[in-house]
Design a protein around this ligand. Structure first.
Ligand SMILES: [Zn+2]
Ligand SMILES: [Zn+2]
Length: 211
């Protein structure tokens, strides 16, 4: 198989898989890491894929999230970073307001802080950008892929994709409740609301009055 055949096959495979780790690609084609790196570089230059830490992800032609008229230009509720369609997290508050965060990390954090004010929350699939309810999402926590806040929290609407991602990038897999506890545990154990995550300090939303 020559280089262009290999790259075509790689793209087809990536289209089905959603993302691939370097190790998977090396094993499948029996080529060196260097060769894979070069292939990915070439394909990225052609805008055929996106290189991510330790592998490659398929590009989504039309992310659904951006078609939803989300508050453009409004940064993360927690840390003010700009939102990315593949990391988009939306909170629909009971008072009708809609808030977005930069990534599921801040999204889960916002759910923790806002508590009962949150009526519903949606998160984007990291690979496709498809929004889906957090209650149905599969969270990969603390993996080696850190596109935004730390510890990394990425969401997937397919359990299989989440598992495959976890195989390549590590971390732990669980549902929303698990993610909430994971975040609590990654913060100071005695008082999570005043310590916050490293990216969120100083920008806390007001606490709900529990009177
Ligand atoms: Zn944020
Ligand atoms: Zn973030």
């Amino acid at each position: 198989m020559n280089g262009s055949e290999r790259r075509r096959e790689l793209l087809e495979w990536l289209g089905q898989a959603g993302f691939l780790s370097l190790a998977e690609i090396v094993t499948r084609f029996g080529v060196s890491k260097m060769t894979v790196h070069r292939d990915l570089e070439i394909l990225e230059q052609r805008k055929a894929l996106k290189r991510i830490h330790g592998g490659a992800a398929a590009l989504e032609s039309a992310p659904v999230a951006s078609a939803e008229g989300d508050a453009a230009g409004e940064g993360c509720l927690i840390c003010s970073r700009p939102a990315n369609p593949h990391l988009h997290f939306t909170l629909l508050l009971r008072n009708g307001e809609q808030k977005t965060t930069c990534c599921p990390h801040c999204g889960v954090y916002a759910c923790l802080v806002l508590g009962d004010q949150v009526g519903e929350a949606q998160t984007a699939d990291y690979l496709t950008g498809r929004p889906h309810p957090v209650s149905e999402s599969f969270f990969v926590l603390g993996s080696a892929a850190v596109p935004c806040c730390q510890p990394s929290m990425l969401t997937f609407d397919s359990e299989e994709m989440a598992r495959r991602f976890q195989t390549g990038f590590g971390g732990v897999l669980g549902g929303f409740e698990f993610a909430v506890n994971f975040l609590k545990n990654s913060m100071a154990p005695h008082d999570h609301q005043s310590s916050g995550c490293p990216h969120c300090t100083g920008r806390l939303p007001e606490e709900p009055s529990t009177a």
